[in-house]
Design a protein around this ligand. Structure first.
Ligand code: TRP
Length: 444
């Protein structure tokens, strides 16, 4: 027996919940290093465009399916397209988040480790080589990865609502304050100006179709699209709420956090003489350097708070990832405990392999990529866009236009003027854009 479905209490609650899932390692860890590898300001501009014309329409498409059906992904397909092959979309959107969580929790583990290190005041200005030797070691990252998975699973077992909602409400503003503080600190470091320049002066010669594809993949990743999380959250949104506002609000905060993280990291990178294109270790290499430069108790305390904030941002996202799989299994009749423990073990196993791919398994390559990079590419460039493509095709071509309009305009009372434009984006531009990205990833 199901009880009546809950609804978020306010517009702010909706946006906070969606932003809690969206804002995570993607913003603080992934965005700065992708910007660094793909041309700085030019990448940011492409990214913003990808966000507006591709990611946002898909966000809205997922919201429409979720609120219309009032179900999780699988149930939504069953309800809106009974007996059709669309149910496989439900399955895809359960498998992708589990793979994603596998490697996400490895990076989550790094933030656990760095939080511990910060607490022990290890960042004393002498952090050279620290990160490299840490991730390539065998046991330490495995240990912290396990801690991260256990905490994620424990919160899911306790119930997401009270614990995590309260947690997010307190920690998100804290994260914001800390990042703003770091931006100020970072851009006032000697030599930081070059980093600021790198982020505001676009060099379009760096932009090729690969950069566009990467920007799109990142927009998907950062907004938690294509895996049914937004769809599920939207099913808790009340009928009175304006879907355009909740989508726009979430995208705004997500972008804001990414940009702030970029301005916190990149100027310091240049000040520290580190290469901006260094890759996955950027944040973990650079931030300890900044903290070390403070040479004070203040530096130590900020380090603790900062890695705690990253950890929390990662946890609010990892929980919503695990919840997708758990909700699916619970619907299929498993107990919540069994589902959680089973999936925690599965993602733990995937994570172990990913973690070792920086050390003992570094020689194992799939399509020339390490296991970690391969799974990251598989999810961000393929599975998430594929999920997004299917969602937007579902709304644009499978659902009736009258239903879509009714849901998007709240029965003709809101957003009436922009409907045709958004519908066009969902029906044509977003699908074509994703197909272009697929072809790029396939052929280039
Ligand atoms: N958006 C999250 C981040 O930026 C990562 C993520 C991608 C995610 N897909 C998701 C989180 C689905 C929750 C659910 O870190």
């Amino acid at each position: 027996m199901k009880t009546a479905r809950e609804h978020f209490g306010s517009r702010l609650a909706v946006i906070l919940a969606m932003a809690g899932s969206a804002i995570g390692l993607g913003n603080i860890w992934r965005f700065p290093y992708l910007a660094g590898q793909n041309g700085g300001a030019a990448f940011i501009i492409v990214y913003i465009v990808a966000m507006l014309v591709l990611a946002l329409p898909i966000f809205i498409a997922e919201s429409i399916i979720g609120r219309r059906s009032g179900c999780d992904t699988f149930g939504a397909m069953r309800k809106l397209a009974p007996g059709s092959k669309w149910r496989w979309l439900g399955l895809l959107t359960v498998i992708t988040p589990m793979i994603l969580l596998g490697y996400y929790s490895v990076v989550g583990g790094w933030s656990v480790d760095y939080f511990f290190k910060a607490c022990a005041f290890r960042f004393d200005g002498n952090t050279e080589g620290l990160f490299g030797s840490f991730i390539s070691s065998t046991w330490e990252p495995l240990f912290t990865h396990s801690v991260f998975i256990v905490v994620t699973a424990a919160i899911i077992l306790l119930g997401v609502k009270k614990g995590i909602e309260l947690f997010t409400k307190i920690t998100m503003p804290l994260l914001f304050v800390l990042i703003v503080f770091l931006v100020v600190y970072s851009i006032t470091l000697p030599g930081a100006f070059k980093g600021v320049e790198y982020l505001v002066k676009p060099d379009f010669s760096k932009v090729d179709i690969n950069v566009v594809a990467t920007a799109m993949g990142q927009a998907f990743f950062s907004l938690s699209l294509g895996v049914g999380t937004i769809l599920t959250y939207a099913s808790y949104v009340s009928k009175k709420e304006n879907l355009l506002v909740s989508a726009g609000g979430t995208a705004f905060f997500d972008l804001l956090f990414a940009l702030l993280a970029g301005f916190a990291v990149m100027p310091a990178v240049f000040a520290a003489g580190i290469q901006p294109g260094e890759g996955a270790g950027l944040v973990f290499d650079t931030l300890p350097f900044i903290f070390g430069q403070m040479h004070s108790v203040l530096g130590g305390v900020v380090a603790i708070l900062f890695f705690l904030a990253i950890l929390v941002a990662a946890l609010t996202s990892s929980i919503s990832l695990l919840e997708v799989g758990v909700a699916f299994l619970v619907e299929r009749g498993y107990s919540r405990t069994k589902a959680t423990i089973g999936l925690a073990f599965l993602t733990w196993g995937i994570g172990i392999v990913c973690s070792l791919s920086f050390g003992p398994l570094a020689g194992v390559k799939i399509l020339d990529l390490s296991i970690f990079d391969f799974l990251d590419k598989l999810c961000s460039n393929w599975l998430m866009p594929l999920g997004g493509l299917l969602f937007t095709v579902f709304v644009g071509w499978k659902m009736s236009k009258a239903d879509v309009r009714d849901e998007f305009t709240n029965g003709g009372t809101r957003n009436v003027r922009v409907f045709e434009f958004v519908y066009f984006l969902m029906r044509y531009l977003a699908p074509v854009g994703i197909v272009v990205v697929f072809l790029t990833n396939l052929l280039m």
